[in-house]
Design a protein around this ligand. Sequence first.
Ligand code: SAM
Length: 259
Amino acid sequence: MRIETLSVFPEMFDSVMHASILGRAEERGIFSFAAFDLRDWTHDRHRTVDDEPYGGGAGMLMKPEPLMEALDDLESTGPRPHVIFFTPCGEPFTQRTAERLAGEERLLLVCGRYEGIDERVYARADERISLGDYVLTGGELAAMVVADAVVRLLPGALGDEMSAQDESFSAAGLLEYEQYTRPASFRGQDVPPILLSGDHAKIAAWRRANALERTCRWRPDLIEHADLTDEERERARELIARNAAGAAEGAAATDCGVV
Ligand code: SAM
């Protein structure tokens, strides 16, 4: 896979995109990365990329010409990129989106700044992505989040193929189960004994039940689309009702009854 970004702060990508798992994946040729500077497509002495909004209002907007020219150039070489624009007005980014994007050959991530981008440029977007219901200063952080989430799904990027499949939102669409490492007892808190038992079937069953419990407690909105058995769905209904009743009494439910 090739990932490219188009922004006015290409240097922001230097450390994140070349460090840790992303850095190793790049070294191993699992993906390649390039950060393009939008100012390279300006024609004035000040390398201007913004202008005042028609109709007045605070702040500046990214003007269309440099963005359109950059997209013309970048799209004219290599395989056609899947073009993503970052904006709070986009579709919320999820693990499902990351999984879908991991199947693309080339991603071109367009990062806004200032008060955003002239609306006409969005005609060039294959999709608009939002990181969430808040406003960032620019799209660079959003691009790094998406690149990170996508690259770690590429075959070989994590080293252990199972680790990406066994995480929150993957597989059944539940949050991940609790995890522990040594020591088995720490400051009065013990690791659940079943995890020390060596019984893999029982451990798998405990993890599944624990993931269901945690999802019901922290993200009940995920349950509707989770891949559950009839029995688990019934259990989830009970847990969510119990948590809601606990919350209504002013106390968070502390025991969801999962062994
Ligand atoms: N005026 C815009 C609005 O109210 O929707 C916000 C512009 S924001 C200050 C500048 C740029 O940051 C946006 O063009 C976008 O690229 C990026 N950005 C800000 N918040 C974002 C979010 N939640 N998700 C994705 N990108 C975001």
